[in-house]
Design a protein around this ligand. Structure first.
Ligand SMILES: Nc1ncnc2c1ncn2[C@@H]1O[C@H](COP(=O)(O)OP(=O)(O)OP(=O)(O)O)[C@@H](O)[C@H]1O
Ligand SMILES: [Mg+2]
Length: 137
């Protein structure tokens, strides 16, 4: 487990920490409303020099950036709905899959399907700082 306390300007530090240790699999992004989950995905995409706009996939199931970065948001539908639509198969594709609002149940499902996964918890410490806890299991 690794922890970082970072402002927006310093965000690449945790992006590099993640990318250098986890090249393919599911990254579960946890944190309250407005913690910085979408912002983190934006920085990953920018860091990888993919010139595409990153927005939260609130009304669609999946956004893709380049051909290896995938983005999901389970806030509206929850894990059961997500899995019932066949998304587990998507999560098995080669690449990095960022899931906003993924929960413990998703972790369990991924583990039993032997899909590599990790969690990134984001906590608001102050207006200009967030604490990032990377946990690769
Ligand atoms: N490390 C950081 N330091 C300071 N501000 C940050 C940091 N990361 C994100 N923010 C700010 O936090 C706000 C909310 O960010 P963001 O939309 O990414 O949150 P979210 O967790 O995706 O929210 P939601 O739960 O609505 O999906 C934005 O204004 C963003 O600039
Ligand atoms: Mg978001």
């Amino acid at each position: 487990m690794r922890k970082y306390l970072l402002s927006l300007k310093e965000l690449d530090i945790v992006v590099m920490g993640l990318i250098s240790n986890f090249s393919s699999g599911v990254v579960i992004l946890r944190g309250d409303l407005a913690a910085g989950k979408t912002t983190f995905v934006k920085r990953v995409v920018k860091y990888l020099q993919i010139d595409e706009e990153v927005t939260s996939p609130t009304f669609s199931l999946q956004h893709c950036y380049g051909n290896k970065i995938f983005h999901y948001d389970m806030y509206n539908h929850g894990v059961d709905h997500f899995i019932s639509l066949g998304m587990l198969e998507e999560l098995e594709r080669e690449g990095l899959h960022f899931v906003e609002w993924g929960d413990d149940k998703l972790v369990e499902i991924l583990n039993s399907a032997e899909i590599k996964n990790m969690t990134l918890d984001i906590k608001k410490i102050s207006d200009d700082k967030r604490e990032y806890t990377l946990c690769i299991h």
